[in-house]
Design a protein around this ligand. Structure first.
Ligand SMILES: Cc1cc2nc3c(=O)[nH]c(=O)nc-3n(C[C@H](O)[C@H](O)[C@H](O)COP(=O)(O)OP(=O)(O)OC[C@H]3O[C@@H](n4cnc5c(N)ncnc54)[C@H](O)[C@@H]3O)c2cc1C
Length: 326
């Protein structure tokens, strides 16, 4: 929550802060809120979640059926008791964020090398750099492995294992004949299906079973079988839809506690990791970058204490469990 709050503020001002030569990056940040829909049975847990969120400065609220209908007039509410909503939350274009950061880093003097890293170079207990696939070597006393779903594999080549698997997720973009009255918040259905506007169209996904696979294939039939029935039930306008396109991405899924692993690997001086985000890395990325920078430059966290996410937590049995993985 602390990471997300920090990051939200960065995204709000991203265009101005990352401006280079009069050009402001457009990350398409839309603060249309996050809405978790709840059945009667889910409400007590949502109430607990809300209280925890309030203690961490997140301005969320429990909604009743009337409130839900106010947000989404077309919503089927017969099997719902309410929802948990945060109006400040939003969504953005992840690729544009990355491009914005790259451009600004170059502007500040960073050298950006677009090459695959084939090996980590470690001597004894000291990080020495990386070898690139083209055969070149980059020497460095500090290396940050932020290789997403591929990061753990690279680490394993150096004999350092992490409990992260690549887990594919699909997104489906569709158009519906009968338009909705309001723009949707990112809405999570109790079935695990989620949906929101994408421009004037919609996108949706669902909580796919975890499977360790670098599979980027996109299956239209998954929409028909797993996504469409809950969608059509929840919003009758979605009974008549046309699939426009879709894509697949890969979660770097931490099988132990479903949260990122951040910090210096204890046995190797200079080897830092930031991966295992398990599908919620965009909302944490700016905060993670800030923390990582402080840890490397100053040897300690100053802005947000990220030590609960340290690599050692597994051996120490200090898991930080995240249950809301979609
Ligand atoms: C379908 C889907 C929906 C999502 N929805 C959300 C959401 O709603 N909210 C949210 O917060 N997050 C969401 N996420 C998760 C979010 O996108 C990720 O957590 C985030 O992008 C992770 O960023 P990263 O930089 O750690 O890893 P990545 O974005 O995976 O970047 C890792 C980079 O490292 C490169 N790389 C890997 N190995 C090597 C190597 N050996 N040499 C050189 N380069 C290498 C890769 O090519 C890649 O560019 C979603 C992800 C998916 C797939």
């Amino acid at each position: 929550m602390q990471l997300s709050r920090f990051s939200l503020n960065v995204y709000k001002h991203f265009a101005e802060d990352m401006e280079v030569d009069g050009e402001k990056p457009d990350i398409g940040f839309k603060q249309r809120g996050y809405l978790f829909l709840a059945t009667e049975k889910m409400m007590p847990q949502f109430e607990k979640n809300m209280m925890l969120q309030h203690r961490n400065g997140v301005d969320s609220q429990l909604l009743d059926i009337e409130d839900l209908r106010g947000l989404i007039p077309e919503l089927t509410i017969s099997d719902l008791a309410g929802g948990l909503y945060c109006s400040e939350s939003g969504y953005l274009d992840a690729y544009s964020v990355m491009q914005g950061y790259i451009k600004y880093a170059k502007h500040l003097g960073a050298e950006y090398i677009y090459e695959e890293v084939s090996d980590l170079l470690i001597e004894g207990q000291q990080m020495k750099g990386v070898r690139l696939k083209n055969g070149e070597t980059c020497t460095a006393p500090v290396v940050v492995n932020c290789g997403g779903a591929w990061g753990a594999q690279l680490s394993e080549k150096a004999g350092i294992k992490f409990s992260i698997v690549p887990s594919p997720r699909q997104i489906f973009q569709f158009d519906c004949e009968k338009k909705l009255k309001n723009y949707l918040p990112l809405t999570m259905d109790p079935t695990g299906v989620y949906f929101r506007h994408e421009g004037e169209q919609m996108i949706a996904g669902y909580s796919e079973p975890i499977r360790s696979d670098f599979d980027f294939s996109w299956r239209r039939e998954d929409f028909i079988e797993n996504v469409w029935p809950p969608l059509a039930h929840r919003i009758p306008n979605f009974e008549r839809v046309k699939i426009v396109r879709g894509w697949a991405g890969i979660y770097d899924y931490n099988t132990e506690d479903h949260n990122a692993i951040i910090g210096q690997y204890p046995k190797i001086e200079g080897y830092y990791v930031a991966f295992g985000f398990s599908g919620h890395g965009m909302q944490q990325a700016p905060g993670v970058g800030k923390g990582m920078s402080e840890l490397i430059r100053k040897g300690k966290y100053e802005t947000i204490d990220l030590s609960p996410l340290r690599p050692e937590r597994f051996a120490e049995h200090q898991l930080v469990i995240e249950d809301a993985i979609y």
